[in-house]
Design a protein around this ligand. Structure first.
Ligand code: DGL
Length: 274
């Protein structure tokens, strides 16, 4: 049987399992290692130096375990630490900002794009820069309450609907003030694909949100990883996956199941230091 490469997927926690889920079907000509740095989550409220330090130690661990390429599923780590990661390891490193911006380019007719993400990702303006490089205008909005709501399991919940509606109304009104005719919304955080229908409902209810299409960065990342690393499915193949977490494996399994959409069997607890 043909040997397949091992790809390391890294996130600050379980949210990156939305990316792994897409990779398992769209890039199945590989085996996977998944590391959730749950002990040091959230990354989205931390400084660039701290996120880079955490991400680099996680990347070193995955390469030591045999990863031949890395997918940085965490938007915050991709936004703040991609250069540090590429300097730290010799394997190819793919981040989700580039893939999200490319997906926005393919989707947008008006060239005006909305992005929602963590505070750290928004403050880095990595999405704006990535969009600008592709001839798009982007306006970003930090939605810091959405990660804890998803972690709490409050998906189809009135509080989450209310909070999402407030964030999106604010974003849409800023876009209108800037004279933008946005037709695309990039979900710039690992947790947001779980809120996709809540987000789409909120857009539909808003007078200027109805024509906005939601881009799920997990799907697009998987497509682009498959094509960049030549991992598109070659017949029917079930990739092997090993899971690592830096905090409670019980919590990782319980919460991770929701993100991956299937049961997670073995998770190894590892210690990456402080
Ligand atoms: N994984 C992070 C992201 O995609 C969200 C969770 C966190 O703040 O660590 O930005």
């Amino acid at each position: 049987m043909k040997r397949v490469p091992t790809v390391g997927v890294f996130d600050s926690g379980v949210g990156g399992l939305t990316v792994l889920k897409a990779l398992l079907t769209q890039a199945s000509a590989a085996d996977y290692l998944y590391l959730g740095d749950t002990a040091r989550l959230p990354y989205g409220s931390k400084s660039q130096a701290t996120v880079a330090r955490y991400a680099v130690s996680s990347a070193h661990f995955l390469v030591e375990q045999g990863a031949e390429a890395l997918v940085i599923a965490c938007n915050t780590a991709s936004a703040l630490a991609l250069d540090a990661l590429r300097a730290a390891v010799e394997v190819p490193v793919i981040g989700v900002i580039e893939t999200g911006a490319t997906a926005a380019l393919h989707n947008s007719q008006t060239k005006d794009v909305l992005v929602i993400a963590t505070a750290a990702t928004v403050e880095s303006h990595a999405y704006s820069a990535g969009c600008r490089e592709r001839g798009l205008r982007a306006i970003e909005k930090a939605c810091p309450l959405l990660v804890p709501l998803v972690e709490e399991g409050w998906i189809d919940h009135p509080v989450t609907r209310e909070v999402t509606g407030i964030y999106l109304a604010d974003l849409l009104s800023h876009a209108a003030d800037a004279g933008m005719k946005a037709d695309t919304l990039v979900l710039g955080c690992t947790h947001y694909p779980l809120l996709r229908s809540v987000i789409e409902d909120a857009l539909r209810k808003h007078p200027t949100g109805q024509a906005v299409r939601v881009i799920d960065s997990a799907q697009v990342t998987a497509e682009q990883v498959a094509s960049r690393l030549a991992l598109a499915p070659d017949g029917k193949r079930e990739p092997a996956v090993r899971f690592y977490a830096t905090d409670s494996v019980v919590k990782f399994r319980a919460l991770g199941t929701r993100f991956l959409g299937r049961a997670i069997d073995g998770v190894e607890l590892i210690d990456l230091g402080g």
